[in-house]
Design a protein. Structure first.
Length: 396
């Protein structure tokens, strides 16, 4: 401990001199360094005990052990073994793991950040980590800090195991606190996309876009991305009865939906509700499995393949660079909002109405068409013939 100029006492922890000289155990330098413990005695004792444990674990650790108990790398591994992590979608787990590995692998004067003790990371250290990651972009740095905040939150809850008492990643002033808002794809763009997909020989992508736009489904559901469990989800031929009904099983909320495909009037008249969708599905070869599959393998497309082909189609159709596949769903829900439907959960599968507001973007047409049904709205947005037989848009 040390007396400060103001008369107060501050506490510090110092490793033994032999550990300061760069001695390595099993090829690894000491994970602990001289550390200021603050002025609170109880907190200082807790931090000092964690540092002592880290030093002892490194000193007597088994040969080949890559992580010292209590280190940042150990903490990340501990979190990846938790139920909270295992219950997340596979893509989320991959993203989180990538962020954790990036943080742990940050080079230090000796070794990497992962070898340092998690319990002694304070606000100043968290800010320095963030500043270093900013060189990789605002979004990447922010995402990494959000993952660290989540990990440390769980570590504090299990402090008897992790020795972590505080979360230094809380209340950070991050430059980009949230992802940019997904741009809603318009029906005109959606139609150009479908045509380009067919021109390139990718009818499955035209159909996938139709399911996302017309039925407002998630990309992960349509392409049946793996989620780590064995539940059957997605769009299956067995669940599709042309001109009657289609059943959907969503892989995020596990909600099952049954959507009618036609409107039957009292006088016997039948009005197709999703003619564009059924037209696209009719162009695919049926089988016993998922509707949207890679025709070469018969298996679902990988996320990389979806991203690559989607970009090819957008380039061919000369569509905006910021047009994402998720934008089809946003566009479909926005269109429903333009038609006057504010609660779209019966189609989208959202559990909470407040969530649909995120997708239902405000447009200049909403006030005018609030009371119109979607099919009428689609007709207004589509092209019509004038008296001379010329096709034109009814919108200015």
């Amino acid at each position: 401990m040390k007396k400060l100029a103001d008369g107060s006492t501050a506490f510090y922890w110092q490793p033994p001199n032999w550990a300061k000289r760069g001695v390595k155990r099993n090829g690894r330098p000491s994970p602990v360094r001289a550390t200021a413990l603050g002025k609170d005695l109880v907190n200082a004792i807790g931090m000092a005990n964690a540092l002592n444990d880290g030093l002892d674990g490194w000193r007597v650790g088994e040969e080949g052990t890559a992580e010292t108990v209590g280190s940042i790398a150990w903490l990340f591994n501990w979190y990846r073994k938790s139920r909270l992590f295992s219950e997340k979608a596979e893509k989320t787990r991959k993203d989180y793991t990538r962020m954790m590995e990036m943080v742990a692998n940050l080079p230090m004067k000796t070794g990497t950040l992962g070898t340092r003790m998690a319990s002694v990371v304070d606000g100043a250290a968290a800010d320095k980590i963030y500043d270093r990651l900013l060189k990789r972009g605002d979004r990447t740095a922010t995402y990494a800090m959000q993952v660290c905040r989540l990990v440390w939150t769980q570590a504090v809850r299990h402090s008897s195991t992790t020795k972590v008492a505080t979360n230094p990643f809380l209340k950070m002033r991050l430059r980009s606190g949230a992802k940019s808002i997904t741009r809603a794809t318009s029906r005109a763009e959606y139609e150009l996309y479908r045509q380009a997909a067919h021109d390139l020989g990718y009818p499955e992508f035209a159909a996938a876009a139709a399911v996302c736009f017309e039925l407002c489904q998630r990309v992960s559901t349509v392409f049946d991305y793996p989620t780590g469990d064995k539940l059957a989800r997605g769009i299956y031929w067995a669940d599709y009865q042309p001109g009657q009904v289609i059943r959907l099983r969503q892989n995020k909320t596990n909600v099952s939906l049954e959507l009618p495909l036609v409107l039957r009037e009292a006088d016997g008249a039948i009005t197709p509700l999703y003619p564009e969708l059924e037209d696209e599905l009719s162009k695919l070869a049926g089988n016993d499995g998922n509707i949207i599959v890679n025709p070469r393998s018969g298996q679902p497309f990988t996320e990389r393949a979806v991203s690559t082909r989607h970009r090819q189609i957008c380039l061919a159709a000369k569509l905006p660079k910021d047009m994402t596949f998720t934008g089809f769903r946003h566009g479909g829900i926005t269109e429903l909002g333009d038609a006057g439907e504010t609660d779209v959960r019966a189609i989208s599968g959202h559990k909470h109405m407040s969530t649909t507001i995120i997708y239902n973007k405000v447009t200049t047409h909403k006030a005018k068409r609030i009371a119109e049904a979607r099919r009428r709205h689609i007709e207004l947005l589509g092209e019509i013939e004038d008296d001379n037989g010329t096709r034109r848009s009814p919108l200015p």
